[in-house]
Design a binder for this molecule. Sequence first.
Ligand code: NAP
Length: 354
Amino acid sequence: MHIAARFTTPRVLQSPRRPPEPRPLVPRARKMSAPPKVGFLGLGIMGAQMAARLVRSGAQVTVWNRSLAKTEPLKALGALVASTPREVTTSCDLVFAMLADPQAAMKVATEGPDAAVAGIAARPPTAAPITYVDCSTVDAATGEFVGNAVRAAMVAGAADPDKGGFLAAPVSGGWRDCRDGTLLFLCGGSRAAYDAACVPHGLDAMGHKRWLLGPNPGDAARAKLMLQVMMGNMVGSLAEMMALSKASGLDERAVLDVLSNSAMGNPLCTAKGKLMMEMKYEPNFQVYLQQKDLRLALQLADDLGVPAPISAAANAQYVRARQMCLANADFAAVRMAYEAEVPPDKESETGELN
Ligand code: NAP
């Protein structure tokens, strides 16, 4: 069971504003050659929109998700639905995964007879070389582990592992960027895998900038965690400012407006500050994911012997938010972890706690 399943959905999340279901398919132009076969594993908030972009690129897309219901909107767009990851990697030449965390990425790719690598090993020697692209945010060890498993499966299946192969490609951007094809891809892996993924029915359909950061999956994983340190700390710090503003009797809207117009202003703080003020925590990027990213970054800092006290403090607030049943809320809800510590009324200021 994934970690978020242990928490119930709080009332503040029960508003209907969710990412929209992928838009209906625009009829494709008739093509002479067979469309490329692309697979997609994991149809969460991000994956559903990314897979829809691939369908619209003209590829023949086969999707798989642990919970079958999430495949329905993609099926309506024209995607095929597979019942296992193995089916996807057996039948598709370019396969993307967008899964919650290291456990999910490893399980889907490598565990058991239905895993993605089982399908790679079962591909006939005459099949085109496969490229497996994991876009999930994971730690370096997970990226290396999955990369090695993909390579071993290619060798077992008599494919040339130097054609295609494994690419780690975590993303920066939210579901709107998935929908609009404006994601940023941070890539780590071989040049062959990168080139095989950077095609109009691949990364180029879903993103508008990409970097090959190094020859190993871990190069991308570590770079992505650097961004998550900034994001988690920034939004944690914003939550602290908002809670303090309120406790000081200040007009939060005015403080946020000043911040947005100052040298410290940025689109993330303006957007998340508004959500915090309005207490609108429908998920875009969930608390459980931001806390996972800080946990992985802290593990990296620990391994390197680099102090990361700010990230450690912010992480504690995201853990607290999870304890408050906010795991599936947008990570702006970390503000509620601060609110929980603010004395509720004036009596507390005089020491008369009830
Ligand atoms: P999400 O909506 O929670 O979706 C998670 C996906 O992982 C679902 O398809 C889920 O399947 C699957 N999953 C979880 N545990 C699994 C398991 N044990 N076995 C098989 N499948 C499992 O998350 P998301 O927002 O799409 O994020 C996906 C990844 O992108 C994460 O690594 C996240 O850190 C990263 N990311 C997210 C954003 C964002 O704005 N949301 C931005 C950048 C990067 P079910 O549907 O069956 O639960």
